[in-house]
Design a protein around this ligand. Structure first.
Ligand SMILES: [Zn+2]
Length: 472
């Protein structure tokens, strides 16, 4: 993108944002009573107390330190492993040490996909090793590997329009233009089965990221029923660009893919930590993140940061003797990475009491500097949250983004009509590290984690304490 296009885009964005804010404030003025606006404003003292305690006081640096201890001790925590279960036990002990004892775990069956040996060698037009990461649930290649010519495909339309003989027996490489994670991610999650349906013997995908230093990004994928399961992996932006350049010149590219993996199921646990409400303990304001991670990297960013800002909420409130009207519940979801398994199990188990969820929050898109919330809910619910967010102008976290399906795990619950939000943060670099060996503590920043923990805790407290429920 050149600078002129960027400039235009910036102006357009500013104009459209200004419009949204103006319309929103007009509508909200009609929907919120003066008393409610006054009541929300009266939380400025609590806000100051929490922000000071976390950003400058006794809790300063604590979220980062605890996250680092956790990440250094356990490293990657893939679904189905003993290390994940040990990390869950550790979080329970860490919480008990804060004298918070309303902790339960709920067992569920989770997938365990284990990566084995993985190697791709370009054989033609020259011998070169290609970095890869197999995608979740990928099957193995035969022991002798798969050796075939590649065909580079830009999008599913091109795949569908390709004559079958162009795809049959080949290795399909998806080379989509990165727009957003959600939009581009379909080439990773559905690419293998779509290619197999046209006779491909394996599929590779350009890593789902806008930026690369030659590192592959793994992620979940699912096979359709009734289609041959073909091996599938992500390769780097650099290698996809190389292969596309070569094939564009009319030269043949031949790859040899060797991959092994195994699949099993195990028992894991969702972890539920309650700071009971003083008046309506059955009514819940949930803060959450997922404790499992991919097998590469350390799961510091995805989603170590999310679980630690969510863990910090009841801990900070307990330490400050702030007991809200409703219960603040922290949930550490298990087995998110292989398909939101923990969230689906929780939703199913608690479906009969879901009227008790007043508001549900999730942090799983980075814990960089907080900017506000991405909120699902009706207009009145969004107006209440927007009014609460006005209290965070001093830390630049007052932005409300309308998002009908925020977060990943909590979307399972907000999609049933329950209002909720995910943490909106300065995460422009999030997908640079996402699902790679680069997801380490070096991505995390001590001060930004303090801001995030303080913001998350204060928002949860206010929603849990105000006189009215968040409407649905
Ligand atoms: Zn995540």
């Amino acid at each position: 993108m050149n600078i002129y296009v960027l400039g235009l885009l910036f102006i357009t964005l500013c104009l459209s944002q200004a419009k949204v804010i103006k319309e929103e404030s007009d509508t909200c003025r009609e929907l919120l009573s003066d008393e409610l606006i006054k009541e929300i404003g009266s939380y400025e003292n609590v806000r100051d107390e929490i922000l000071n305690y976390v950003i400058e006081g006794e809790f300063k640096g604590k979220t980062y330190d605890e996250l680092a201890k956790f990440v250094d001790k356990f490293g990657a925590r893939p679904s189905g492993t003993e290390v994940l279960e040990n990390s869950i036990d550790y979080m329970i002990e860490l919480t008990r040490a804060e004298d918070i004892n309303d902790i339960v775990t709920e067992e569920l069956e989770v997938p365990q996909w284990t990566r084995g040996e993985e190697r791709i060698t370009m054989l033609e037009p020259r011998v070169k090793s290609i970095s890869l990461l197999g995608l979740g649930r990928s099957v193995s290649t035969p022991p002798e590997g798969i050796t075939a010519e590649v065909v580079v495909i830009s999008d599913f339309l091109e795949l569908e329009n390709s004559p079958e003989e162009d795809i049959k027996g080949k290795i399909v490489i998806y080379d989509p233009v990165y727009t957003t994670y959600g939009e581009t991610g379909v080439y990773r999650t559905q690419g293998a089965s779509r290619a197999a349906a046209k006779g491909a013997v394996a599929s590779l995908v350009r890593s789902i990221t806008p930026f690369s230093i030659n590192s592959p990004h793994t992620g979940a994928q699912t096979y359709n029923e009734n289609v041959t399961k073909i091996p599938t992996a992500a390769i780097t932006l650099e290698d996809v660009d190389l292969i596309r350049r070569i094939t564009k010149r009319g030269e043949r590219v031949v790859l040899k893919i060797e991959m092994t993996s195994s699949y099993d199921t195990k028992i894991s646990r969702n972890t539920i930590i309650d700071l009971k409400g003083r008046e309506k303990p059955e009514s819940l304001v949930i803060v959450s993140g997922h404790i499992d991670s991919w097998d590469v990297g350390q799961g510091a960013m995805d989603d170590g940061g999310g679980i630690f800002v969510s863990w910090a909420a009841p801990v900070i409130l307990k330490r400050l003797n702030l007991q809200p009207r409703r219960t603040v519940r922290t949930i550490l979801w298990t087995a998110e990475e292989l398909g939101l398994i923990g969230a689906y199990a929780y939703e199913e188990k608690h479906r009969d009491e879901n009227h008790n969820i007043n508001f549900i929050m999730e942090s799983d898109e980075g814990t960089f500097a907080p900017l506000g919330l991405a909120v699902a809910g009706n207009q009145q619910a969004r107006c209440i949250i927007a009014e609460i967010l006005k209290l965070f102008k001093s830390i630049n976290a007052s932005t409300l983004i309308e998002d009908d399906s925020p977060g990943s795990d909590i979307a399972v619950i907000t999609n049933t009509g329950i209002p909720g939000a995910s943490l909106h943060n300065a995460n422009e670099r999030y997908f640079w590290f996402h699902h790679t060996e680069g997801d380490t503590m070096n991505v995390e920043d001590e001060h930004e984690l303090d801001l995030g923990a303080a913001f998350w805790t204060t928002v949860a407290y206010i929603i849990a304490d105000i006189s009215i429920d968040i409407p649905r």
